[in-house]
Ligand binder design. Structure first.
Ligand SMILES: C[S@@+](CC[C@H](N)C(=O)[O-])C[C@H]1O[C@@H](n2cnc3c(N)ncnc32)[C@H](O)[C@@H]1O
Ligand SMILES: [Zn+2]
Length: 357
């Protein structure tokens, strides 16, 4: 239950005849406090966005997919205004029994919540299939949130907020890059900034997942706290902005002997020159170059690639009209931008990432 004692901060507790039977961790109080603050801000910002488009304000929906005792959900309902409904889920039926008791005991009106005892992935996929999308999805698992992310991304409304915790710091900050690489698709660098590096690896991975749904991420707040990561990320529909993800991804070359490091981006954006392809054709003609079939096939491939890029720029024009892009550029591979040895101490460089840069 949550009680407000006179002149004191709210204290959170559970109604549980068998304490400890269901997950409840008081140390996570900060996690819940900050989540409440960010969701409140999200409601404010999204309503401002709606107002700018001439739309009316509206209340939001929240899904807590791994809710345990429902304590977090109770706090969301008691401490955040403008929540139309919260859906709380845990696959443990004992937890769901407790969350029902906690919600009721704390006076959350019955029409304002729904509880489920399902696998979170199944529930989120079902919600998406039923076109029941949420403004906020909270994932607070034990360990990694990877198994739940893709379904959560799919079940969020356009512009919705994903609030997600990772507690597997041993993987994300460890000296065993191969474990993190197979789980997160990225190699950690075990040094003083490993916690920030972990956040950036996670952001890179979530963005890639979102891109597969034609969506992109906008990190709102990314925290490393005690033994865990907590991230708040807006997810937006934008197949066009997915093209720019390559510009947000970098490897990091870290010196083994000192703290120097260099970023190697995956892509770069260069000014768009629409005449270059025609000029290239003229050059070949005037020089009378004879190319064999293989070479001409390569040229065709290159031309096709250029055409794709031009189409991409045209797409971008469309988006520019909607105020998303400002100038005509094209996106291409980055040039190698790192030294072969540490420029400061001549030490050997090791590669980490890719990370969100
Ligand atoms: C860390 S606890 C959640 C704590 C809660 N969010 C809070 O703030 O108190 C993780 C919960 O996820 C549940 N869980 C784990 N895997 C699940 C799955 N695939 N589907 C649904 N619930 C799951 C566990 O039963 C556990 O109660
Ligand atoms: Zn060095």
């Amino acid at each position: 239950m949550i009680k407000k004692e006179k002149g004191k901060k709210r204290i959170a507790n559970e109604i549980n005849e068998d304490p400890g039977a269901v997950f409840y961790n008081p140390v996570q109080e900060f996690n819940r406090d900050i989540s409440i603050a960010v969701i409140r801000e999200h409601i404010k910002v999204t309503n401002e966005e709606r107002a700018a488009k001439g739309k009316e304000e509206r209340d939001i929906t929240i899904l807590e997919a791994l809710a345990a005792t429902g304590l977090r959900s109770v706090r969301y309902m008691k401490e955040i205004d403008k929540v139309e409904k919260i859906v709380c889920n845990d696959w443990d039926p004992v937890a769901v029994e407790l969350m029902n008791k906690n919600l009721e005991h704390n006076g959350v009106p019955a029409e304002k919540y729904e509880t489920f005892a399902q696998d979170a992935v199944h529930l989120m996929n079902k919600m998406r299939a039923d076109k029941r999308l949420f403004d906020v999805i909270d994932l607070d698992p034990y360990g990694t949130a990877i198994p739940f992310l893709e379904s959560a991304i799919g079940a969020l409304r356009n512009g919705g907020l994903l609030a997600v915790t990772f507690t597997d710091m041993a993987v994300l900050c460890a000296r065993r890059p191969h474990v993190c690489a197979y789980k997160y698709g990225s190699a950690p660098l075990p040094n003083r900034y490993c916690h920030e590096f972990a956040l950036r690896m996670v952001l890179n991975m979530i963005n890639q997942m979102a891109n597969r749904h034609g969506r992109i991420i906008e990190p709102v707040l990314s925290l490393t706290v005690d033994f865990y990561l907590r991230l708040f990320i807006r997810v937006r529909e934008s197949p066009i902005r997915c093209h720019r993800s390559i510009l947000k991804s970098s490897h990091v070359y870290q010196c083994q002997d000192c703290e120097s490091h260099w970023f190697q981006p995956m892509g770069r954006e260069v000014p768009y020159q629409p005449k270059s392809q025609r000029d290239l054709g003229k050059k070949y003609k005037s020089q009378g170059k004879k190319r064999d079939n293989k070479a001409s096939k390569d040229d065709n491939d290159e031309a096709q690639e250029e055409t794709n890029q031009i189409e991409e720029v045209n797409d971008k024009d469309e988006e520019a009209k909607q105020g998303e892009a400002t100038e005509q550029t094209r996106i291409t591979q980055a040039r190698v931008a790192v030294p072969s040895k540490c420029k400061v101490c001549d030490g050997i460089l090791v590669i980490g990432g890719p990370i969100w840069n």
